[in-house]
Design a binder for this molecule. Structure first.
Ligand code: DC
Length: 231
């Protein structure tokens, strides 16, 4: 069921940026579902490149090899009944791109201009559909500077690490320790915000939401309230 009738006619492009573990994925999916929009997970695109590099033995700082890899790589996002599927050269890699190792690979390759250029076109093509919620690090700043509505979702590092720990350990034994999740997240935060190209930062016209003390429902409600005002 749609939330507001006029959303259908306007079909906005909405961006949600923020650091790892802030809740972007859950929030973006919920907002997209509520509005009947497409959900676009751009982190999954970087993860797919990270996986391809890892599988091919390409070092994350070897630009020539990364360029060659990108030329022979095709990545697609498919919306299905069971959620968003990520296809790497036609193969479904949705599950295997979520490991801590591939998170680090994704963060490392995402600092390379050759990879960002490669994925820029893919993202802009996907964004042309309108009626899109695009989640990432540079959606509002670089990829879609003219988006209709921009959000930056943040939370305290300790809260983000706890959420990511719970996610990675949900229903299974032998997941990563809290200490290793905290370490990985701190390193990724540093990589993603300090890189020269498209660093993680709020767009000047983004609505900043601090989710430290807010649950999913509260954040989604706040975003929908802003979206309603923009339509
Ligand atoms: O959102 P995520 O954790 O799945 O993203 C994985 C990595 O990809 C993240 O550490 C940085 C990179 N990334 C990026 O540089 N730009 C984006 N728009 C999305 C993700």
């Amino acid at each position: 069921m749609m939330g507001f009738q006029d959303d259908r006619s306007k079909r906005l492009l909405i961006t949600i940026d923020g650091p790892a573990g802030a809740g972007k994925t859950s929030v973006s999916k919920r907002v997209a579902r509520h509005l009947g929009y497409h959900y676009m997970d751009t982190g999954a695109l970087y993860r797919a490149v990270g996986l391809a590099a890892d599988a091919a033995g390409v070092a994350a700082d070897d630009d020539a090899a990364l360029a060659a890899l990108c030329r022979r790589t095709r990545i697609d996002l498919q919306t299905t009944e069971s959620g968003l599927r990520v296809l790497l050269n036609g193969k479904d890699v949705t599950g295997v791109i979520r490991t801590p190792h591939i998170s680090m690979m994704a963060s490392a390759v995402s600092a390379r201009p050759v990879v960002r250029d490669f994925l820029l076109n893919t993202q802009r093509t996907l964004g042309e559909r309108k009626g899109v919620v695009a989640e990432g690090r540079d959606m509002g700043t670089v990829v879609f500077p003219h988006a209709d509505m921009k959000f930056f979702l943040d939370a305290d590092p300790a809260v983000r690490a706890r959420r990511r720990f719970d996610e990675l350990n949900a229903g299974r034994q032998g997941g990563p320790s809290m200490a290793s999740v905290e370490k990985e997240m701190a390193l990724r935060d540093k990589n993603d915000s300090s890189r020269v190209l498209a660093p993680l930062k709020p767009a000047p016209d983004a609505v900043y939401i601090d989710a430290t003390h807010h649950d999913l429902d509260q954040v989604v409600a706040e975003m929908l309230m802003h979206i309603r005002c923009a339509t």
